[in-house]
Write a new protein. Structure first.
Length: 273
């Protein structure tokens, strides 16, 4: 894909989330099944929640922070120290992060949320990494859900994975989800239709053969977001390239979950020795 087109897609997707932040957040209130499955995978690997120290998380592309809500439910009462959870929440759309504060007075001393409003894709394209302060390193868990499909270039996707690995502590985990929406005929049909509309209106002709599509929102065709449909071979290639250049990092697990078919997201779990 041409870089000029890639930058246009980034700007369009940012505009989409600003315009539809409220309605989008309203449809994203419950945890994904894949997140629950992930916690089981980590528990089976022997991940120990140390009662004597803070559990540190980084959530890249956090949206309305519903993953943090799940962690709070599962972990906060297990750890004795304050704060029990220290979560770095990174997203470009402040309207999503600020919409629905959920830290009650009861939780205020138990949970530390650091919201960083920054455009991850801009950072990846300009500096080749997430450009986060070194104080945010050594995280027990680094996750990135529902963001990778908005990144139009392979080199930027690889830069994101490598940056996440850098954020993880020794013994920590790096987890990504890759959307495979062509498994759902309804979503795929909408994407094909949106590509045709965008080609006519925006003069952008995305190559569906390489998994590149537009999607609208709740019937609106006035604003588009760029979405990439990942094949298994593509995911495998990305992970293999990142692991080949990373020391002491291995593939722990990969599994599919979510959506009407139960397999629209492919999860990849890496472990840093």
């Amino acid at each position: 894909m041409d870089r000029e087109i890639a930058y246009r897609l980034i700007e369009m997707t940012k505009d989409f989330y600003v315009r539809f932040a409220e309605s989008f957040s309203d449809t994203r209130q419950r945890p994904w099944q894949g997140w629950i499955d992930l916690l089981d995978v980590l528990a089976d690997d022997g991940m120990q929640v140390d009662r004597s120290r803070t559990f540190k998380v980084a959530d890249i592309g956090c949206g309305n922070m519903r993953f943090e809500r799940l962690l709070i439910e599962r972990i906060v009462n297990v750890i004795d120290v304050k704060p029990a959870i220290d979560a770095l929440c990174v997203d470009a759309t402040v309207q999503l992060m600020d919409r629905d504060p959920f830290i009650s007075d009861e939780l205020s001393g138990r949970v530390a949320l650091k919201q960083v409003c920054t455009d991850v894709i801009d950072s990846l394209s300009s500096t080749g990494d997430l450009s986060l302060d070194g104080v945010y390193r050594d995280r027990d868990l680094v996750v990135c859900f529902a963001l990778m499909h908005h990144i139009p270039l392979r080199s930027w996707r690889i830069a994101l994975i490598r940056s996440m690995i850098d954020l993880a502590a020794e013994g920590g985990y790096v987890v990504l989800s890759f959307w495979q929406f062509s498994k759902d005929d309804r979503i795929h049909s909408k994407a094909v239709a949106a590509n045709a509309l965008a080609k006519d209106r925006l003069q952008i002709d995305l190559d569906a053969k390489h998994g590149d599509y537009f999607l609208g929102w709740q019937g609106s065709t006035q604003c588009f977001r760029y979405c990439h449909d990942f094949s298994d071979d593509e995911v495998n290639s990305l992970i293999d390239e990142c692991l080949s250049s990373a020391e002491n990092v291995s593939l722990l697990s990969t599994f599919c979950a979510d959506g009407s078919t139960g397999d629209l997201n492919r999860y990849v779990v890496l472990k840093k020795a």
